[in-house]
Write a protein that binds this ligand. Sequence first.
Ligand SMILES: *Cc1c(COP(=O)(O)O)cnc(C)c1O
Length: 381
Amino acid sequence: MIPGPVEFDNDVLSAVGKQTSSHVSQEFIDIFGESLEMMKKVWMCPDGQPFIMAGTGTLAMDMAGANLVEKNDRVLVISTGYFGERYADLFDRYGADYRILRAEPGRTVTPESIENELRTRKYKMLSFTHVDTSTAVKVEPQPIGELGRKYNVITILDGVCSVAGEEIRQQEWGIDVVITASQKAIGVPPGLALLVASERAMEKFRNRKSRVQNYYADWTNWLPIMQAYENRKPAYFGTPAVNLVAALNISLQQILKEGLGRRFERHKRTGMAFRSALKALGLKQVPADDCVANTLSAPYYPTGVQASEFLKEVNNAGVVLAGGLHPVFKDKYFRIGHMGKITVEDTINTVTSIETALKKCNYRFDDHAGITAAEEVLTTP
Ligand SMILES: *Cc1c(COP(=O)(O)O)cnc(C)c1O
């Protein structure tokens, strides 16, 4: 129950274990082409350009940076935690003239202050993190997409901890690039960097004056490959992660079969159940109430409970949770990932293990308070 890698479906895992086909076999061309088409549905971006690359979520971030930033381009980075800071560091490599709008830990940057900044200086690009995995803070993408259109700024959404878990309507909301990685809510073992770029983002790429300063990530090399697969034709630049793409195909089918609306609703319900359980146990959360994520929770340890002891005890109780990630206060809170194929049973088992571990750490609370609260949320029609 960590925020990635999550637990994977057996059919997805079987695809990883199958004999690897040629990357230019008709069978694989179809699998790759279908996966690209399904990505546009899951991202809700029918006119977007999808990319599937071997690499991690950070490569997906890098791809957007490498292809869309030119030296001295003004970029505004909205930071709600560790991954926002990472984006600033990344843009810096490509010579961006960047500025960071930083939220207090557990809070978001308001659309008003973003608009203020966009009005004051002319920016080419803006990046923000949908769910920052270090703080469990969720930023609402729609108002920022609207600002991007109004001020003609390309918007890049780090959706690594949200795509296929939190609602994203990329095209309708006017977000130019939405990136993710396979191992989170998409539900495929680590190793794929995924993104969908809008027509406007592709136009900025086509109009570059300088060469892309990153060989592997350069869309000049990869765009023809993606187009070829979508047109069911063979093409080669670098060998794709054949087995992972086959697994992605299965997982995207499952996501679409569940239905995006139902899937977002399930994540919302799960998030509510965890929040309610943690509150009943007397644990405060890092994110403020108006910006909580549904894909993970980040509760503070209660007074007297130590990080190392709690995490060991919860492990002994059969559940793996993650420690804190934000460098400023990482020993003060822990993280529970609840994205992907999480069931009601998974939620109840996790809350039970947290209760067991808290007891072992001599923390007092009303017996079963967490489980009762979680069950109430999960069973309400
Ligand atoms: C996990 C994560 C990343 C980095 O992904 P990797 O696959 O570990 O490189 C980036 N942004 C967010 C929001 C994440 O949760």
